[in-house]
Design a protein around this ligand. Structure first.
Ligand SMILES: [Zn+2]
Length: 272
């Protein structure tokens, strides 16, 4: 009997939610998703064209209940960062067993990380790279590296070695190339990996050790980015000694201190 707290039921998040909720261990879901299902979503989404115009959160709930009528589903049709909804979001996170982040922007990922660490919850994150050339799955546990550590490590050492290469570590970011949409097949591969890692983490909790903290699977060969297609890279990313977010967490600190550290980290990312 497990409670999943998930953000995002887009083309990447919805298949993850679908796959993990087929598992009978999942008994409750809280889904944060404010968006309306749009015509341009249809070719990459599980929902039918006839559902255009409806809230993705409502469609997701119907989808899950059609398959698992006993599943307890709570939807929050708001942005994860919406100030007025933080109390109800914090309550749901506090009651959750695992978090699933399928957010498409950096601010939401950092905020998800903050919520999970504040409540001591394990969580997972899936990221499909621009154009569907590959994708990441990351998992996080209390006391381990935070999202800031991971994003900083990957940005520095893994992905963007060539100055002119688009920043594939920031899907949805300000660089024009990162807005190339991925196809449904690539999204499905990464969603499947994300679901497997989430269920593994849920089953084994603090004993979970798949041999990586971040897994990158390439799906295409891309000049100056990936030498080979279908190659897994297993990253064991440590907690960064100078991480502003984790460091603030390491000593007893107020929520205000954490918020300051988060703002500084976001500002630093924005300046790079
Ligand atoms: Zn950190």
């Amino acid at each position: 009997m497990a409670h999943v707290f998930q953000v995002g039921a887009g083309s990447g998040g919805m298949p993850v939610l679908d796959m993990i909720c087929r598992d009978s261990r999942i008994s409750r879901v809280t889904l944060v998703e404010p968006d309306v299902y749009k015509p341009h979503n249809v070719d990459r989404h599980l929902f039918p064209r006839s559902a255009v115009g409806e809230l993705k959160a409502v469609l997701a709930e119907d989808w899950l209940k059609d398959r698992r009528p006993e599943l307890q589903v709570e939807t929050l049709t708001c942005d994860l960062l919406e100030p007025a909804k933080q109390a109800i979001i914090e309550k749901a996170v506090g009651e959750a067993d695992v978090g699933v982040c399928a957010a498409d922007n950096e601010a939401a990922k950092f905020h998800f990380d903050l919520l999970m660490r504040r409540h001591g919850k394990p969580w997972t994150l899936g990221e499909v790279l621009s154009g569907g050339i590959g994708g990441f799955v990351h998992w996080f546990v209390p006391g381990g590296p935070c999202y800031g550590c991971v994003a900083s490590h990957l940005k520095r050492e893994a992905m963007v070695e060539k100055p002119k290469a688009p920043d594939y570590s920031q899907p949805g970011g300000p660089v024009e190339e990162t807005t190339v949409p991925a196809g449904k097949a690539s999204i499905g591969v990464v969603a499947g990996l994300h679901a497997v890692v989430t269920l593994g983490l849920l089953a084994e909790k603090e004993k979970y050790q798949p041999g990586f903290t971040s897994l990158l699977l390439t799906l295409q060969r891309v000049e100056q980015v990936f030498d080979e297609a279908f190659r897994p890279y297993r990253f064991r990313i440590p907690r960064l000694a100078d991480c502003l977010i984790c460091r603030a967490e390491a000593t007893p600190s107020s929520v205000g201190d954490l918020d300051v550290a988060l703002a500084q980290a976001l500002a630093r990312l924005g300046n790079e």
